[in-house]
Design a protein. Structure first.
Length: 95
């Protein structure tokens, strides 16, 4: 995928305002086949409403490892790491 292409993705409605405001700057996705076409520079098009450019891609083995390495407020602004972990496990299951 070239950097000029948009990759459509969906987030829960309550998350979109955090992305639109710039408060949520870190998107968490599992490394599934459909996401492997996304590269640094690709534009993500959230819910057909908000576009953001991918600036980095990092991989982690578990959600716990990711939460130890990343600022939780960039993932879900205003939430604790524990609540973020529960939310991620609810959305994606146990890793």
């Amino acid at each position: 995928m070239t950097t000029e292409e948009h990759f459509g993705c969906f987030v829960k409605d309550w998350i979109l305002p955090h992305i639109a405001s710039g408060a949520k700057t870190l998107e968490i996705r599992l490394n599934r086949r459909e996401w492997q076409v996304v590269n640094v520079g690709t534009r993500l098009w959230f819910n057909h409403a908000v576009t953001r450019r991918v600036t980095t891609i990092r991989s982690y083995s578990t959600f716990d490892e990711m939460l130890r390495s990343e600022d939780p407020h960039r993932i879900l602004p205003g939430e604790t790491p524990e609540r973020i972990l529960r939310t991620l496990r609810r959305l994606y299951g146990e890793l």
